[in-house]
Write a protein that binds this ligand. Structure first.
Ligand SMILES: O=C(CO)[C@H](O)[C@H](O)COP(=O)(O)O
Length: 215
């Protein structure tokens, strides 16, 4: 499966242009993208990173990491996903970086999502939906999720996000109304962000294959 991820990541380089600041996501597929971006280090203006993990890899390749507040609106954001439906709506956050990923996606004109074919689903929800939560609200939010969605929230024990928060993964959801669930969960006090990218889906999805499939 990693060869498919690599093929998708390499294809995403087609969207990189001279002088750009590139938004960079998190995960094993994005790691291939960062490696493919390395030869561009002197042609791009730098990268905005969604995690400490990606920052470390970008710096390893000598790519300058720029604060989003300095960068402003980005032309391009490249990131992976845990699930992708036919409308390019996504579940993300398997790597616990959903909040910063969501911020950068929102700040970007074009969001290119790079996946292997196993991530394509007709309806989102088989992959447990990650929700980043302020630590003191963990039990409260879990009870509310149980009451309002019927899904089973499971604390990702031992994981602390780059923002110092915890993750609840919601199991057994069939997400027929992704925009509605995203809105509803976002409103719960204590929720920092929800790993549903429905209000702001991907613009382009690249499925790793030989040749890559661009949707
Ligand atoms: O959302 C993410 C991290 O928070 C990742 O994009 C998602 O988990 C996919 O990861 P991978 O490319 O390793 O399969």
């Amino acid at each position: 499966m990693s060869e498919a991820k690599r093929l998708a990541a390499v294809k995403a380089i087609d969207y990189v242009e001279d002088g750009m600041i590139v938004g960079v996501g998190t995960g094993s597929t994005v790691a291939y993208f960062i490696d493919a971006l390395a030869p561009w280090r002197d042609r791009i203006a730098g990268a905005v990173s969604s995690s400490e993990q990606s920052t470390a890899r970008l710096k390893l390749h000598g790519i300058e990491v720029i604060d989003l507040n300095t960068a402003g609106t980005l032309s391009l954001y490249v990131d992976g996903a845990d699930e992708c439906d036919p409308h390019k709506r996504l579940i993300k956050g398997g790597g616990a970086a959903l909040t910063r990923e969501k911020i950068i996606a929102e700040a970007s004109k074009t969001f290119v999502c790079i996946i292997d074919a196993s991530k394509q689903v007709p309806i989102l929800g088989k992959f447990p939906l990650p929700v980043e939560v302020i630590p003191m609200a963990r039990s409260l939010v879990a009870r509310e999720i149980l009451r309002t969605t019927g899904g089973q929230p499971v604390w990702r024990d031992g994981i602390v996000t780059d923002n110092g928060n915890v993750i609840l993964d919601i199991h057994n959801l069939s997400i027929v109304d992704p925009v509605g669930i995203e809105r509803e969960l976002n409103q719960l006090p204590g929720v920092v962000s929800v790993g549903l990218f429905a209000r702001r889906p991907a613009d382009v999805v690249i499925v790793g294959a030989e040749p890559p499939i661009v949707l």
